[in-house]
Design a protein around this ligand. Structure first.
Ligand code: SAM
Length: 263
């Protein structure tokens, strides 16, 4: 079937008449023969298993990069509308060419120079593109930084339809080996802080967040049925903690040697 993924090798697949190449290095910008996707095979397969194309009609993607993921979500889900944003100012020419070739001008809308944390601009753009209707899927593969990710989460999560999914890719960078454990990355506050809060909301107010699925490559946060006022929504205010602090998070520090001894 045209909408099924056909693997050519571990890093190349065809979907909906488009060839995709997986490359995490940021070195290949894509070409007229194939689009580059900054994801690994496991992540592509997780998306394939998780997403139900019959119910996902309205999609927002943050983090366009080479445009491969934008076309991937369009080919996989065939949505009515897909809005993609990126802070980069320059349009991705290859993506524009694919949109034209596949005649997706009325479906895919790309906004450049728009930062995920610019919540007023983001809200105006969403309202202009989607009107007052809800969104079924939001994928955040943009900054991966805590404050920026939280800002767009608080802005956009209430706009999901009940049962809709908010996906944060690469949520676990603070726990990855190598350069994430030292220098600039080690000094940044982990994105995990937001994920912990989201998990607490599942226990505190399941009508706001009904489930959280955690995988190595993403978390998928499911919107509960409650009506939420999107103005001023702050996920942190829906965690019941009775004033507890979570010192066990610090206690769990480990070293590579510890890990090697344990697995
Ligand atoms: C990891 S790449 C996206 C990869 C792409 N989704 C894929 O799978 O091929 C991250 C992208 O997010 C953009 N970005 C980084 N910080 C951002 C921010 N604060 N707001 C919007 N976009 C941002 C970068 O310009 C870059 O294009």
């Amino acid at each position: 079937m045209e909408s099924e993924i056909q693997w050519i090798d571990q890093r190349t697949f065809d979907l909906g008449g488009v060839r995709f190449h997986l490359d995490l290095s940021r070195e290949r910008p894509g070409s007229s023969d194939q689009l580059v996707l900054m994801k690994d095979r496991a992540l592509v397969e997780s998306y394939q298993k998780l997403l139900d194309s019959t119910r996902v009609k309205r999609v927002v993607e943050m983090g366009i990069w080479g445009g491969g993921s934008t076309v991937f979500f369009e080919r996989l889900l065939k949505p009515e509308k897909l809005l993609a944003i990126d802070r980069a100012v320059d349009r991705v020419r290859i993506l524009d060419q694919y949109i034209e070739r596949l005649q997706l001008q009325s479906v895919v809308s790309c906004h450049y120079g728009l930062w995920q944390e610019q919540t007023t601009r983001l809200t105006n753009t969403i309202e202009a593109e989607f009107g007052s209707g809800g969104i079924d899927l939001i994928v955040d593969d943009a900054s991966h930084l805590l404050d920026q990710t939280r800002a767009s989460f608080n802005c956009l999560f209430p706009r999901l339809t009940p049962g809709g999914l908010y996906i944060v890719e690469d949520w676990g960078w603070a726990h990855w080996a190598g350069h994430y454990q030292e220098g600039q990355w080690a000094e940044r506050e982990p994105l995990t802080s937001l994920i912990f809060q989201v998990v607490m909301v599942v226990a505190s107010f399941r009508q706001i967040i009904s489930s959280v699925r955690v995988e190595p490559g993403f978390v998928a946060i499911e919107r509960g049925p409650a009506a939420i006022n999107p103005n001023g929504f702050d996920v942190a205010r829906f965690c019941r903690t009775s004033g507890k602090t979570f010192s066990w998070v610090r206690a769990a520090e480990t070293t590579e040697t510890d890990v090697q001894e344990r697995i």
